[in-house]
Design a binder for this molecule. Structure first.
Ligand code: NA7
Length: 534
Protein backbone atom coordinates (compact mmCIF):
# COMPACT_ATOMS: atom_id res chain seq x y z
CA UNK A 1 0.00 0.00 0.00
CA UNK A 2 1.30 3.48 -0.84
CA UNK A 3 1.93 5.46 2.30
CA UNK A 4 0.24 8.84 2.53
CA UNK A 5 -0.53 11.16 5.37
CA UNK A 6 -3.94 10.09 6.58
CA UNK A 7 -5.17 13.39 8.03
CA UNK A 8 -5.64 16.11 5.44
CA UNK A 9 -7.57 19.28 4.69
CA UNK A 10 -9.04 18.00 1.46
CA UNK A 11 -9.66 14.44 0.34
CA UNK A 12 -10.70 14.07 -3.29
CA UNK A 13 -12.17 10.85 -4.64
CA UNK A 14 -11.72 10.09 -8.34
CA UNK A 15 -8.79 10.69 -10.71
CA UNK A 16 -10.94 11.64 -13.68
CA UNK A 17 -10.84 15.00 -15.40
CA UNK A 18 -12.75 16.69 -12.54
CA UNK A 19 -10.91 15.08 -9.63
CA UNK A 20 -7.49 15.83 -11.11
CA UNK A 21 -8.42 19.48 -11.48
CA UNK A 22 -9.87 19.56 -7.96
CA UNK A 23 -6.64 18.18 -6.51
CA UNK A 24 -4.65 20.75 -8.50
CA UNK A 25 -6.83 23.65 -7.32
CA UNK A 26 -6.90 22.52 -3.68
CA UNK A 27 -3.14 22.22 -3.54
CA UNK A 28 -2.64 25.50 -5.33
CA UNK A 29 -4.87 27.14 -2.71
CA UNK A 30 -2.56 25.89 0.03
CA UNK A 31 -4.55 22.96 1.39
CA UNK A 32 -3.00 19.62 2.22
CA UNK A 33 -4.78 17.31 -0.18
CA UNK A 34 -4.95 13.67 -1.21
CA UNK A 35 -6.81 11.81 -3.90
CA UNK A 36 -8.15 8.26 -3.79
CA UNK A 37 -8.92 6.42 -7.02
CA UNK A 38 -10.58 3.01 -7.42
CA UNK A 39 -8.78 2.30 -10.70
CA UNK A 40 -5.17 1.37 -11.23
CA UNK A 41 -4.36 4.64 -12.97
CA UNK A 42 -5.38 8.14 -13.95
CA UNK A 43 -8.27 8.94 -16.27
CA UNK A 44 -11.67 8.08 -14.78
CA UNK A 45 -13.95 7.54 -17.79
CA UNK A 46 -10.83 7.50 -19.95
CA UNK A 47 -9.25 4.84 -17.82
CA UNK A 48 -12.20 2.43 -17.70
CA UNK A 49 -13.73 2.88 -21.17
CA UNK A 50 -10.86 1.56 -23.25
CA UNK A 51 -12.92 -0.50 -25.70
CA UNK A 52 -11.85 -0.33 -29.35
CA UNK A 53 -13.24 2.84 -30.90
CA UNK A 54 -13.74 4.76 -27.63
CA UNK A 55 -13.21 8.43 -28.34
CA UNK A 56 -14.43 11.95 -27.60
CA UNK A 57 -17.41 13.38 -29.32
CA UNK A 58 -16.62 16.80 -27.92
CA UNK A 59 -13.71 18.45 -29.74
CA UNK A 60 -10.48 17.46 -27.97
CA UNK A 61 -9.36 21.05 -27.23
CA UNK A 62 -12.80 22.00 -25.89
CA UNK A 63 -12.93 19.02 -23.54
CA UNK A 64 -9.38 19.48 -22.22
CA UNK A 65 -8.21 21.83 -19.48
CA UNK A 66 -8.02 25.56 -20.09
CA UNK A 67 -6.55 26.65 -16.76
CA UNK A 68 -2.97 26.73 -18.02
CA UNK A 69 -1.90 28.42 -21.23
CA UNK A 70 1.41 26.51 -21.10
CA UNK A 71 -0.41 23.19 -20.88
CA UNK A 72 -2.66 24.16 -23.80
CA UNK A 73 0.36 25.19 -25.86
CA UNK A 74 2.47 22.13 -25.22
CA UNK A 75 -0.15 19.40 -25.79
CA UNK A 76 -0.85 18.84 -29.47
CA UNK A 77 -4.03 16.83 -29.87
CA UNK A 78 -3.68 14.58 -32.90
CA UNK A 79 -7.34 14.55 -33.91
CA UNK A 80 -10.33 16.85 -33.53
CA UNK A 81 -11.96 14.01 -31.59
CA UNK A 82 -9.23 12.12 -29.75
CA UNK A 83 -9.30 8.38 -29.21
CA UNK A 84 -9.19 7.00 -25.64
CA UNK A 85 -5.43 6.23 -25.55
CA UNK A 86 -4.56 9.82 -26.42
CA UNK A 87 -6.87 11.18 -23.73
CA UNK A 88 -5.48 8.80 -21.14
CA UNK A 89 -1.96 9.93 -22.11
CA UNK A 90 -3.02 13.56 -21.83
CA UNK A 91 -4.47 13.15 -18.35
CA UNK A 92 -1.32 11.32 -17.22
CA UNK A 93 0.74 14.14 -18.69
CA UNK A 94 -1.26 16.71 -16.71
CA UNK A 95 -0.83 14.74 -13.50
CA UNK A 96 2.93 14.52 -13.98
CA UNK A 97 3.37 18.05 -15.26
CA UNK A 98 1.76 19.48 -12.13
CA UNK A 99 3.35 16.87 -9.86
CA UNK A 100 -0.03 15.60 -8.66
CA UNK A 101 0.76 11.89 -8.61
CA UNK A 102 2.54 12.02 -5.25
CA UNK A 103 -0.79 12.85 -3.62
CA UNK A 104 -2.74 10.13 -5.39
CA UNK A 105 -3.44 6.61 -4.25
CA UNK A 106 -4.69 4.07 -6.81
CA UNK A 107 -6.62 0.82 -6.36
CA UNK A 108 -8.26 2.60 -3.45
CA UNK A 109 -12.00 2.16 -3.72
CA UNK A 110 -13.90 4.13 -1.12
CA UNK A 111 -16.16 1.87 0.95
CA UNK A 112 -17.45 4.47 3.40
CA UNK A 113 -17.24 8.16 4.20
CA UNK A 114 -18.68 9.14 7.56
CA UNK A 115 -19.03 12.59 9.10
CA UNK A 116 -18.16 12.98 12.76
CA UNK A 117 -20.05 15.86 14.37
CA UNK A 118 -17.76 15.98 17.40
CA UNK A 119 -14.66 16.78 15.36
CA UNK A 120 -16.15 18.13 12.13
CA UNK A 121 -14.02 15.64 10.22
CA UNK A 122 -14.86 12.97 7.68
CA UNK A 123 -13.49 9.47 8.09
CA UNK A 124 -13.02 7.81 4.74
CA UNK A 125 -12.31 4.09 4.53
CA UNK A 126 -11.20 2.20 1.45
CA UNK A 127 -12.14 -1.38 0.55
CA UNK A 128 -8.68 -2.55 1.64
CA UNK A 129 -9.19 -1.09 5.10
CA UNK A 130 -7.06 2.06 4.89
CA UNK A 131 -8.53 4.99 6.80
CA UNK A 132 -8.24 8.70 6.12
CA UNK A 133 -9.44 11.70 8.05
CA UNK A 134 -10.24 14.89 6.23
CA UNK A 135 -11.85 18.21 6.87
CA UNK A 136 -13.33 18.54 3.39
CA UNK A 137 -14.54 15.49 1.53
CA UNK A 138 -14.87 16.00 -2.24
CA UNK A 139 -16.33 13.17 -4.31
CA UNK A 140 -15.45 13.74 -7.97
CA UNK A 141 -16.72 10.30 -8.90
CA UNK A 142 -18.31 11.10 -12.25
CA UNK A 143 -21.74 10.65 -13.76
CA UNK A 144 -20.95 7.68 -15.99
CA UNK A 145 -18.79 5.60 -13.69
CA UNK A 146 -21.01 2.75 -12.48
CA UNK A 147 -21.57 0.30 -15.35
CA UNK A 148 -25.03 -1.21 -15.63
CA UNK A 149 -25.58 -4.89 -16.40
CA UNK A 150 -29.21 -5.81 -17.15
CA UNK A 151 -30.61 -8.54 -14.99
CA UNK A 152 -30.83 -11.16 -17.74
CA UNK A 153 -31.57 -14.66 -16.39
CA UNK A 154 -28.53 -16.90 -16.74
CA UNK A 155 -26.11 -14.00 -17.35
CA UNK A 156 -23.48 -15.57 -15.10
CA UNK A 157 -23.72 -18.93 -16.81
CA UNK A 158 -22.20 -17.71 -20.05
CA UNK A 159 -18.89 -19.59 -20.42
CA UNK A 160 -17.27 -17.30 -23.00
CA UNK A 161 -15.74 -13.89 -22.44
CA UNK A 162 -18.20 -11.35 -21.00
CA UNK A 163 -17.23 -7.67 -20.96
CA UNK A 164 -18.77 -4.28 -20.26
CA UNK A 165 -17.61 -1.34 -22.37
CA UNK A 166 -17.23 0.67 -19.17
CA UNK A 167 -14.97 -1.92 -17.50
CA UNK A 168 -12.75 -2.78 -20.42
CA UNK A 169 -9.52 -4.70 -19.66
CA UNK A 170 -6.14 -3.07 -20.22
CA UNK A 171 -4.90 -6.09 -22.19
CA UNK A 172 -6.18 -5.84 -25.76
CA UNK A 173 -8.81 -8.43 -26.60
CA UNK A 174 -8.36 -10.54 -29.72
CA UNK A 175 -11.61 -10.41 -31.68
CA UNK A 176 -10.20 -12.12 -34.78
CA UNK A 177 -12.31 -15.06 -35.88
CA UNK A 178 -14.61 -14.80 -32.84
CA UNK A 179 -18.41 -14.96 -32.71
CA UNK A 180 -19.30 -11.74 -30.94
CA UNK A 181 -22.52 -10.29 -29.51
CA UNK A 182 -22.88 -6.62 -28.66
CA UNK A 183 -25.86 -5.76 -26.47
CA UNK A 184 -26.79 -2.07 -26.55
CA UNK A 185 -26.62 0.62 -29.21
CA UNK A 186 -25.93 3.78 -27.22
CA UNK A 187 -22.81 5.89 -27.79
CA UNK A 188 -20.46 3.11 -26.64
CA UNK A 189 -22.00 0.27 -28.67
CA UNK A 190 -22.13 2.27 -31.89
CA UNK A 191 -18.49 3.33 -31.49
CA UNK A 192 -17.34 -0.24 -30.95
CA UNK A 193 -19.43 -2.02 -33.61
CA UNK A 194 -17.81 -0.61 -36.80
CA UNK A 195 -14.30 -1.03 -35.38
CA UNK A 196 -14.63 -4.76 -34.74
CA UNK A 197 -17.08 -5.63 -37.54
CA UNK A 198 -14.34 -6.37 -40.06
CA UNK A 199 -12.28 -8.46 -37.66
CA UNK A 200 -14.75 -10.89 -36.13
CA UNK A 201 -16.15 -14.12 -37.57
CA UNK A 202 -19.65 -12.87 -36.83
CA UNK A 203 -21.15 -9.91 -35.05
CA UNK A 204 -24.69 -9.93 -33.71
CA UNK A 205 -26.00 -6.61 -32.46
CA UNK A 206 -28.82 -6.77 -29.91
CA UNK A 207 -30.68 -3.49 -30.19
CA UNK A 208 -33.49 -2.46 -27.86
CA UNK A 209 -33.85 1.14 -29.06
CA UNK A 210 -32.39 2.45 -32.28
CA UNK A 211 -30.58 5.77 -31.94
CA UNK A 212 -30.26 8.80 -34.19
CA UNK A 213 -26.60 8.33 -35.14
CA UNK A 214 -24.94 10.98 -37.30
CA UNK A 215 -21.33 11.19 -38.49
CA UNK A 216 -18.70 12.41 -36.03
CA UNK A 217 -16.70 13.79 -38.98
CA UNK A 218 -13.42 13.38 -37.19
CA UNK A 219 -10.08 14.15 -38.84
CA UNK A 220 -6.48 14.85 -37.90
CA UNK A 221 -5.62 18.36 -36.76
CA UNK A 222 -3.36 19.88 -39.41
CA UNK A 223 -0.20 21.84 -38.49
CA UNK A 224 -1.97 25.02 -39.61
CA UNK A 225 -4.90 24.26 -37.33
CA UNK A 226 -2.49 23.52 -34.46
CA UNK A 227 -0.95 26.96 -34.92
CA UNK A 228 -4.37 28.58 -35.15
CA UNK A 229 -5.55 26.89 -31.94
CA UNK A 230 -2.58 28.34 -30.10
CA UNK A 231 -3.06 31.78 -31.59
CA UNK A 232 -6.74 31.68 -30.62
CA UNK A 233 -6.29 30.39 -27.07
CA UNK A 234 -7.82 33.40 -25.33
CA UNK A 235 -10.71 33.62 -27.77
CA UNK A 236 -11.37 29.88 -27.47
CA UNK A 237 -11.33 30.11 -23.70
CA UNK A 238 -13.65 33.10 -23.73
CA UNK A 239 -16.13 31.38 -26.06
CA UNK A 240 -16.09 28.14 -24.09
CA UNK A 241 -16.39 29.88 -20.76
CA UNK A 242 -19.42 31.84 -21.88
CA UNK A 243 -21.12 29.26 -24.10
CA UNK A 244 -24.31 27.74 -22.72
CA UNK A 245 -23.29 24.23 -23.69
CA UNK A 246 -19.48 24.58 -23.50
CA UNK A 247 -18.85 24.12 -27.22
CA UNK A 248 -17.29 26.36 -29.88
CA UNK A 249 -20.08 25.70 -32.39
CA UNK A 250 -21.84 28.85 -33.58
CA UNK A 251 -25.58 29.05 -32.95
CA UNK A 252 -27.77 29.19 -36.06
CA UNK A 253 -30.13 32.13 -36.62
CA UNK A 254 -32.95 30.47 -38.56
CA UNK A 255 -35.87 28.20 -37.75
CA UNK A 256 -36.67 25.11 -39.82
CA UNK A 257 -39.62 26.47 -41.76
CA UNK A 258 -37.94 29.83 -42.46
CA UNK A 259 -36.27 27.93 -45.28
CA UNK A 260 -37.74 26.34 -48.38
CA UNK A 261 -37.63 22.55 -48.53
CA UNK A 262 -34.70 22.76 -50.93
CA UNK A 263 -32.75 25.15 -48.70
CA UNK A 264 -33.58 23.00 -45.70
CA UNK A 265 -32.22 19.85 -47.29
CA UNK A 266 -29.04 21.72 -48.23
CA UNK A 267 -28.70 22.92 -44.63
CA UNK A 268 -29.31 19.43 -43.25
CA UNK A 269 -26.63 18.11 -45.60
CA UNK A 270 -24.28 20.73 -44.17
CA UNK A 271 -25.23 19.62 -40.66
CA UNK A 272 -24.67 15.96 -41.58
CA UNK A 273 -21.14 16.89 -42.65
CA UNK A 274 -20.45 19.07 -39.61
CA UNK A 275 -18.39 17.96 -36.60
CA UNK A 276 -19.87 16.14 -33.61
CA UNK A 277 -22.46 17.90 -31.49
CA UNK A 278 -22.91 20.81 -33.89
CA UNK A 279 -25.88 18.81 -35.26
CA UNK A 280 -27.50 19.68 -31.97
CA UNK A 281 -25.91 23.02 -31.08
CA UNK A 282 -25.80 24.66 -34.55
CA UNK A 283 -28.96 23.20 -36.05
CA UNK A 284 -32.19 25.12 -36.65
CA UNK A 285 -33.21 27.08 -33.57
CA UNK A 286 -36.54 25.24 -33.23
CA UNK A 287 -35.11 21.72 -33.58
CA UNK A 288 -35.87 20.82 -29.98
CA UNK A 289 -38.87 23.10 -29.54
CA UNK A 290 -41.13 22.25 -32.47
CA UNK A 291 -42.02 18.57 -33.01
CA UNK A 292 -42.62 19.24 -36.73
CA UNK A 293 -39.13 20.74 -37.05
CA UNK A 294 -37.61 17.80 -35.21
CA UNK A 295 -39.47 15.39 -37.51
CA UNK A 296 -37.98 17.09 -40.60
CA UNK A 297 -34.43 16.49 -39.36
CA UNK A 298 -35.31 12.93 -38.33
CA UNK A 299 -36.73 12.24 -41.78
CA UNK A 300 -33.49 13.50 -43.31
CA UNK A 301 -31.45 11.11 -41.14
CA UNK A 302 -33.85 8.22 -41.81
CA UNK A 303 -33.34 8.76 -45.56
CA UNK A 304 -29.57 8.64 -44.98
CA UNK A 305 -29.92 5.36 -43.08
CA UNK A 306 -32.02 3.87 -45.90
CA UNK A 307 -29.48 5.02 -48.46
CA UNK A 308 -26.49 3.57 -46.56
CA UNK A 309 -27.88 0.25 -45.31
CA UNK A 310 -28.46 -2.07 -48.25
CA UNK A 311 -30.92 -4.45 -46.62
CA UNK A 312 -34.23 -2.53 -46.29
CA UNK A 313 -35.43 -4.65 -43.35
CA UNK A 314 -32.25 -3.90 -41.39
CA UNK A 315 -32.45 -0.21 -42.33
CA UNK A 316 -36.04 -0.07 -41.05
CA UNK A 317 -34.98 -1.55 -37.70
CA UNK A 318 -32.21 1.06 -37.40
CA UNK A 319 -34.61 4.00 -37.68
CA UNK A 320 -35.56 5.21 -34.18
CA UNK A 321 -39.12 5.90 -33.07
CA UNK A 322 -38.21 8.74 -30.69
CA UNK A 323 -37.50 12.38 -31.50
CA UNK A 324 -33.92 13.55 -32.12
CA UNK A 325 -32.27 14.32 -28.74
CA UNK A 326 -35.01 12.55 -26.80
CA UNK A 327 -32.02 10.40 -25.87
CA UNK A 328 -28.38 11.49 -26.01
CA UNK A 329 -27.49 11.30 -29.73
CA UNK A 330 -24.36 9.29 -30.57
CA UNK A 331 -21.85 10.35 -33.22
CA UNK A 332 -20.34 7.66 -35.38
CA UNK A 333 -17.83 6.64 -37.98
CA UNK A 334 -19.01 3.92 -40.35
CA UNK A 335 -21.74 2.63 -38.04
CA UNK A 336 -24.56 2.14 -40.54
CA UNK A 337 -22.08 0.93 -43.15
CA UNK A 338 -21.10 -1.92 -40.80
CA UNK A 339 -24.49 -3.55 -41.39
CA UNK A 340 -23.59 -4.08 -45.07
CA UNK A 341 -20.92 -6.49 -43.90
CA UNK A 342 -22.29 -10.03 -44.46
CA UNK A 343 -21.06 -11.19 -41.04
CA UNK A 344 -23.02 -8.49 -39.16
CA UNK A 345 -26.65 -9.02 -38.16
CA UNK A 346 -29.12 -7.02 -36.13
CA UNK A 347 -31.58 -8.43 -33.61
CA UNK A 348 -34.43 -6.11 -32.72
CA UNK A 349 -35.18 -6.77 -29.05
CA UNK A 350 -38.51 -5.00 -29.25
CA UNK A 351 -39.66 -7.70 -31.67
CA UNK A 352 -37.68 -10.60 -30.22
CA UNK A 353 -36.68 -9.95 -26.58
CA UNK A 354 -33.89 -11.74 -24.76
CA UNK A 355 -35.32 -14.60 -22.70
CA UNK A 356 -32.18 -15.93 -21.05
CA UNK A 357 -28.50 -16.64 -21.41
CA UNK A 358 -26.78 -19.98 -20.99
CA UNK A 359 -23.20 -21.16 -21.17
CA UNK A 360 -23.19 -21.01 -24.98
CA UNK A 361 -24.89 -17.74 -25.73
CA UNK A 362 -28.11 -15.76 -25.86
CA UNK A 363 -31.66 -16.98 -26.31
CA UNK A 364 -34.34 -14.65 -27.65
CA UNK A 365 -37.94 -15.41 -28.54
CA UNK A 366 -36.61 -16.19 -32.05
CA UNK A 367 -34.07 -18.82 -30.90
CA UNK A 368 -30.55 -19.22 -29.55
CA UNK A 369 -27.25 -17.93 -30.91
CA UNK A 370 -23.85 -19.07 -29.68
CA UNK A 371 -20.97 -16.72 -28.94
CA UNK A 372 -17.33 -16.59 -27.89
CA UNK A 373 -17.58 -13.00 -26.62
CA UNK A 374 -20.55 -11.03 -25.27
CA UNK A 375 -20.09 -7.28 -24.91
CA UNK A 376 -22.45 -5.39 -22.63
CA UNK A 377 -22.71 -1.87 -24.01
CA UNK A 378 -25.64 -1.31 -21.69
CA UNK A 379 -24.71 1.99 -20.10
CA UNK A 380 -24.36 3.34 -16.59
CA UNK A 381 -26.23 4.27 -13.44
CA UNK A 382 -26.00 7.91 -14.46
CA UNK A 383 -25.49 10.90 -12.21
CA UNK A 384 -25.96 9.44 -8.75
CA UNK A 385 -24.64 5.88 -9.23
CA UNK A 386 -21.21 6.32 -7.66
CA UNK A 387 -22.27 8.78 -4.94
CA UNK A 388 -24.92 6.36 -3.73
CA UNK A 389 -22.45 3.48 -3.52
CA UNK A 390 -19.76 5.08 -1.36
CA UNK A 391 -21.33 4.61 2.05
CA UNK A 392 -21.63 8.37 2.58
CA UNK A 393 -23.16 9.28 5.95
CA UNK A 394 -23.68 12.85 7.15
CA UNK A 395 -25.12 14.36 10.32
CA UNK A 396 -26.83 11.94 12.73
CA UNK A 397 -25.60 9.03 10.62
CA UNK A 398 -27.91 10.03 7.76
CA UNK A 399 -27.13 7.89 4.71
CA UNK A 400 -26.95 9.80 1.42
CA UNK A 401 -28.69 6.84 -0.22
CA UNK A 402 -31.69 7.38 2.07
CA UNK A 403 -31.67 11.15 1.76
CA UNK A 404 -31.66 10.77 -2.02
CA UNK A 405 -34.06 7.85 -2.19
CA UNK A 406 -36.46 9.91 -4.35
CA UNK A 407 -33.66 11.42 -6.42
CA UNK A 408 -30.82 13.83 -5.68
CA UNK A 409 -31.36 17.07 -3.78
CA UNK A 410 -28.56 19.56 -4.29
CA UNK A 411 -27.58 23.17 -4.35
CA UNK A 412 -25.68 24.03 -7.58
CA UNK A 413 -24.93 20.32 -7.89
CA UNK A 414 -22.15 20.77 -5.34
CA UNK A 415 -23.63 20.12 -1.89
CA UNK A 416 -26.58 18.53 -0.15
CA UNK A 417 -28.08 19.49 3.24
CA UNK A 418 -27.04 17.42 6.25
CA UNK A 419 -23.61 16.62 4.81
CA UNK A 420 -21.32 19.44 6.03
CA UNK A 421 -17.99 19.98 4.24
CA UNK A 422 -18.93 17.39 1.61
CA UNK A 423 -18.92 18.43 -2.06
CA UNK A 424 -19.46 16.53 -5.30
CA UNK A 425 -18.33 18.42 -8.42
CA UNK A 426 -19.19 16.62 -11.65
CA UNK A 427 -22.22 14.98 -10.07
CA UNK A 428 -25.92 15.56 -10.75
CA UNK A 429 -27.68 18.95 -11.24
CA UNK A 430 -24.73 21.08 -12.40
CA UNK A 431 -25.53 22.08 -16.00
CA UNK A 432 -25.64 20.25 -19.35
CA UNK A 433 -23.39 20.02 -22.40
CA UNK A 434 -19.63 19.56 -22.56
CA UNK A 435 -19.03 18.08 -19.06
CA UNK A 436 -15.52 19.26 -18.19
CA UNK A 437 -16.49 22.86 -18.76
CA UNK A 438 -19.21 23.04 -16.14
CA UNK A 439 -17.55 20.52 -13.85
CA UNK A 440 -14.55 22.86 -13.89
CA UNK A 441 -16.85 25.77 -12.97
CA UNK A 442 -17.95 23.76 -9.95
CA UNK A 443 -14.36 22.95 -8.93
CA UNK A 444 -13.46 26.63 -9.13
CA UNK A 445 -16.46 27.55 -7.01
CA UNK A 446 -15.79 24.83 -4.43
CA UNK A 447 -12.12 25.78 -4.13
CA UNK A 448 -12.97 29.45 -3.65
CA UNK A 449 -15.53 28.39 -1.06
CA UNK A 450 -12.97 26.37 0.89
CA UNK A 451 -10.64 29.36 0.86
CA UNK A 452 -13.47 31.57 2.12
CA UNK A 453 -14.24 29.14 4.93
CA UNK A 454 -10.60 28.88 5.93
CA UNK A 455 -9.82 32.58 5.67
CA UNK A 456 -12.88 33.55 7.73
CA UNK A 457 -11.99 31.10 10.45
CA UNK A 458 -14.99 28.81 9.98
CA UNK A 459 -14.91 25.07 10.61
CA UNK A 460 -17.87 23.86 8.62
CA UNK A 461 -20.02 24.87 5.70
CA UNK A 462 -23.33 23.27 4.92
CA UNK A 463 -25.97 24.29 2.44
CA UNK A 464 -29.27 25.49 3.83
CA UNK A 465 -32.20 23.17 3.19
CA UNK A 466 -34.22 26.04 1.69
CA UNK A 467 -31.52 26.88 -0.88
CA UNK A 468 -31.27 23.22 -1.75
CA UNK A 469 -35.03 22.92 -2.20
CA UNK A 470 -35.07 25.97 -4.45
CA UNK A 471 -32.30 24.67 -6.73
CA UNK A 472 -33.79 21.17 -6.88
CA UNK A 473 -37.27 22.51 -7.69
CA UNK A 474 -35.75 24.65 -10.43
CA UNK A 475 -34.12 21.53 -11.91
CA UNK A 476 -37.41 19.62 -11.85
CA UNK A 477 -39.45 22.51 -13.24
CA UNK A 478 -37.11 23.37 -16.09
CA UNK A 479 -36.70 19.67 -16.91
CA UNK A 480 -40.39 19.49 -17.71
CA UNK A 481 -39.93 22.05 -20.49
CA UNK A 482 -38.32 21.60 -23.88
CA UNK A 483 -35.52 21.32 -24.87
CA UNK A 484 -34.54 18.84 -22.13
CA UNK A 485 -33.67 15.29 -22.98
CA UNK A 486 -36.75 13.09 -22.69
CA UNK A 487 -38.07 11.10 -19.79
CA UNK A 488 -37.08 7.86 -21.48
CA UNK A 489 -33.40 8.84 -21.32
CA UNK A 490 -30.85 7.91 -18.69
CA UNK A 491 -30.75 11.60 -17.76
CA UNK A 492 -34.02 10.86 -15.91
CA UNK A 493 -32.73 7.57 -14.51
CA UNK A 494 -35.04 5.68 -16.89
CA UNK A 495 -32.46 3.01 -17.80
CA UNK A 496 -32.10 1.59 -14.29
CA UNK A 497 -35.02 -0.50 -12.99
CA UNK A 498 -36.36 0.90 -9.72
CA UNK A 499 -34.36 4.15 -9.90
CA UNK A 500 -36.19 7.38 -9.02
CA UNK A 501 -37.29 9.18 -12.16
CA UNK A 502 -35.84 12.62 -11.54
CA UNK A 503 -33.91 14.85 -13.90
CA UNK A 504 -30.18 14.52 -13.25
CA UNK A 505 -28.79 17.38 -15.35
CA UNK A 506 -29.67 21.07 -15.21
CA UNK A 507 -31.50 22.27 -18.30
CA UNK A 508 -31.09 25.91 -17.31
CA UNK A 509 -27.40 25.22 -17.94
CA UNK A 510 -24.30 27.18 -17.16
CA UNK A 511 -25.93 30.64 -17.27
CA UNK A 512 -28.09 29.68 -14.29
CA UNK A 513 -25.12 28.08 -12.53
CA UNK A 514 -22.99 31.20 -13.06
CA UNK A 515 -25.79 33.50 -11.92
CA UNK A 516 -26.33 31.58 -8.71
CA UNK A 517 -22.60 31.33 -7.99
CA UNK A 518 -22.29 35.10 -8.42
CA UNK A 519 -25.23 35.59 -6.04
CA UNK A 520 -23.64 33.33 -3.41
CA UNK A 521 -20.38 35.22 -3.65
CA UNK A 522 -22.12 38.58 -3.61
CA UNK A 523 -24.09 37.93 -0.43
CA UNK A 524 -21.38 36.24 1.66
CA UNK A 525 -22.60 32.68 1.26
CA UNK A 526 -26.10 33.27 2.62
CA UNK A 527 -27.27 30.01 1.06
CA UNK A 528 -24.97 28.17 3.46
CA UNK A 529 -24.70 27.71 7.20
CA UNK A 530 -21.15 28.59 8.28
CA UNK A 531 -20.06 27.50 11.70
CA UNK A 532 -17.05 28.16 13.91
CA UNK A 533 -17.66 25.49 16.50
CA UNK A 534 -18.07 21.86 15.66
P1 NA7 B 1 -26.27 4.27 -23.09
O1 NA7 B 1 -26.29 5.45 -23.97
O2 NA7 B 1 -27.08 4.30 -21.84
O3 NA7 B 1 -26.70 3.04 -23.97
C1 NA7 B 1 -27.00 1.80 -23.38
C2 NA7 B 1 -27.58 0.90 -24.43
O4 NA7 B 1 -27.87 -0.35 -23.82
C3 NA7 B 1 -28.88 1.41 -25.01
O5 NA7 B 1 -28.93 1.08 -26.36
C4 NA7 B 1 -29.91 0.65 -24.21
O6 NA7 B 1 -31.15 0.51 -24.84
C5 NA7 B 1 -29.23 -0.68 -24.08
N1 NA7 B 1 -29.78 -1.45 -22.99
C6 NA7 B 1 -29.89 -1.10 -21.70
N2 NA7 B 1 -30.48 -2.07 -21.00
C7 NA7 B 1 -30.76 -3.06 -21.87
C8 NA7 B 1 -31.38 -4.32 -21.75
N3 NA7 B 1 -31.86 -4.74 -20.59
N4 NA7 B 1 -31.47 -5.07 -22.85
C9 NA7 B 1 -31.00 -4.62 -24.04
N5 NA7 B 1 -30.42 -3.44 -24.21
C10 NA7 B 1 -30.30 -2.66 -23.14
O7 NA7 B 1 -24.79 3.90 -22.63
P2 NA7 B 1 -23.44 4.08 -23.45
O8 NA7 B 1 -22.37 3.42 -22.70
O9 NA7 B 1 -23.62 3.68 -24.86
O10 NA7 B 1 -23.21 5.62 -23.46
C11 NA7 B 1 -23.14 6.31 -22.22
C12 NA7 B 1 -22.54 7.64 -22.41
O11 NA7 B 1 -21.14 7.50 -22.59
C13 NA7 B 1 -22.94 8.40 -23.62
O12 NA7 B 1 -24.11 9.05 -23.54
C14 NA7 B 1 -21.78 9.35 -23.77
O13 NA7 B 1 -21.90 10.43 -22.90
C15 NA7 B 1 -20.64 8.53 -23.43
P3 NA7 B 1 -32.36 1.55 -24.53
O14 NA7 B 1 -31.99 2.81 -25.26
O15 NA7 B 1 -32.37 1.76 -23.03
O16 NA7 B 1 -33.56 0.89 -25.02
Amino acid sequence: MQSLESDVDVLVVGAGITGIYQLYRAREAGFSARLLEAGGGVGGTWYWNRYPGARFDSESYTYAYLFSRELFDEWEWQEHFAEQPETERYLNHVVDRFDLRRDMRFDAKVASAVYDEATGRWTVTTADGAEYRTRFFIAATGVLSVPYFPDVPGRDQFAGESLHTGLWPATPLDFAGKRVAVIGTGSSGVQLIPVIAGEVASLTVYQRSANWCTPLNNRPITPEEQAQLRADFEAIRETLNTSVSGFLHPVHDRATFDDSREARLAFFEKMWNSPGFSKLTSNYTDLLLDPAANAEWCEFIAAKIRSIVKDPATAAKLIPDHRFAEKRPPFVNGYYEAYNNPNVSLVDLKQTPIIRMNEHGIETSEGEREFDIVVWATGFDFGTGALRRMGIRGRHGLALTDYWADGPKTFLGVQTAGFPNCFFPGGPHAAAGNNPRYNGDQVDFITDTLVYVRDHGYDTIEVDAAAEAQWTNMIDTVAALPPSFGESSYFFGANIPGKARRYLLNSAGRPKLFKEIARVRGNEYQAFKLSRSV
